[in-house]
Ligand binder design. Sequence first.
Ligand SMILES: C[S@@+](CC[C@H](N)C(=O)[O-])C[C@H]1O[C@@H](n2cnc3c(N)ncnc32)[C@H](O)[C@@H]1O
Length: 504
Amino acid sequence: MAETSRTFYSTLIPNFSKPISSIRRTTGVSPATVLKRNSVSCSSISTSTSKDSNIITTNKKIPWGCDVDSLENASLLQSWLTESGLPEQRMGIQRVDVGERGLVALKNIRKGEKLLFVPPSLVISADSEWSCPEAGQVLKRNSVPDWPLLATYLISEASYMKSSRWSNYISALPRQPYSLLYWTRSELDTYLVASQIRERAIERINNVTGTYEDLRLRIFSKYPDLFPEEVFNMETFKWSFGILFSRLVRLPSLDGRNALVPWADMLNHSCDVETFLDYDKSTKGIVFTTDRSYQPGEQVFISYGRKSNGELLLSYGFVPREGTNPSDSVELLLSLDKSDECYGEKTEALRRHGLSAFQRFPVQITGWPLELMAYAYLAVSPPSMSGQFEEMAAAASNKTTSKKDMRYPEIEEQALQYILDSCESSISKYTKFLQGSGSLDLDVTSPKQINRKLFLKQLAIDLCTSERRILFRSQYILRRKLRDMKSGELRGLKILNGFLKFFN
Ligand SMILES: C[S@@+](CC[C@H](N)C(=O)[O-])C[C@H]1O[C@@H](n2cnc3c(N)ncnc32)[C@H](O)[C@@H]1O
């Protein structure tokens, strides 16, 4: 199975590929259609220009969905799926140790077995029928891409409550999915100050906000009967995008279609398994093939993809235990020195290859990518090497196939020292956060807030500990390399001195 088939899709939301224009008002929408909907107040949205602008500050409850651990709604979902054609399963939804609710083996499951068989009729995709077909037609006429289309679809169906065919599915979805979308700006600043995931979360929140604003301006405001603001607002979009980020799956064997797969999306992630959801052409259903055996009562897992702990926190709201994720990585921020006399020239070369004077690169416990090394060469290279700036920038951008293993022995030591300095400055930020995290200001008058704070703090501590561990490893390797280089140089110098003495 292809790698991509296994991943819960979590890239940033695509922007509209072309401007949505020439929208005409449709007629013939029955007001009763709108009245059937349940209203959602948008009074909780903050549009202030404060530090928290673009971020919803109050988490008003969504009137659909359930508590993240509700088994009652999950069993209603199970009954409805069975009535709707889901074949008998070898797993059941239960309360679990990892991920609150999950799928548990009911029988012995062998390694290599195909499980699930969710038929395409029970899958939500961009082609699903709308309870309000006119709303779907408007979005399609305006070429709204899959992600915003599905986010709108989910809200639309949720608002139809029992009249939607997906009502049992939506009732079993978490009312507040775990995701960094639900962290306020000040929570991100406080708890993720050391981690580059903070930037990724801010980018994502801005992306979701921007996507909603785009839809509102270009479509919703022109069709208020189809998209009333009590239903289609920032709060409901935050919910639907939170659901998509944590549950949408990409199915390569169905032309890479993005889909919500009820029942299959009750499976939790484990870093120890390498099995992913996909459409199986022979059985005509969504399946996954087990890569280990399970005893009755054991929780069954899939993989959400080879993601770092930071990426798992960003989309799914959890951090695996330290040292258990072989795909873990930390993003290291590198930058050009503004006082470098070639700063302008280097920045230009980077810009031509889609990079900037500040760039993040992933570092793994096993090492760092060639792109990072190329960026470091560029950052430290002297004016005499300006003829090579272009190839260094190209290699840093990963867009070149040639010169992948480029080496510049004359500046290698400076380049490694530059990476070491960046690593150490990042380590000191993590250490400062981790040392200070014991003395955070907890509000003891509000137990709910304490729980939230403690919960977020624990996630941040887990993330920062795992990210710092990777940096410590890089620091060790870099120091050793530099020491070896220096002792090599010293040995070279001694040999040279010996020669000189001999000839003298
Ligand atoms: C696709 S859903 C899985 C079903 C989910 N547990 C439920 O009850 O709806 C993904 C969510 O499950 C939880 N989850 C999945 N794997 C997890 C893990 N290894 N540790 C903790 N939580 C996990 C996270 O809340 C994540 O956002």
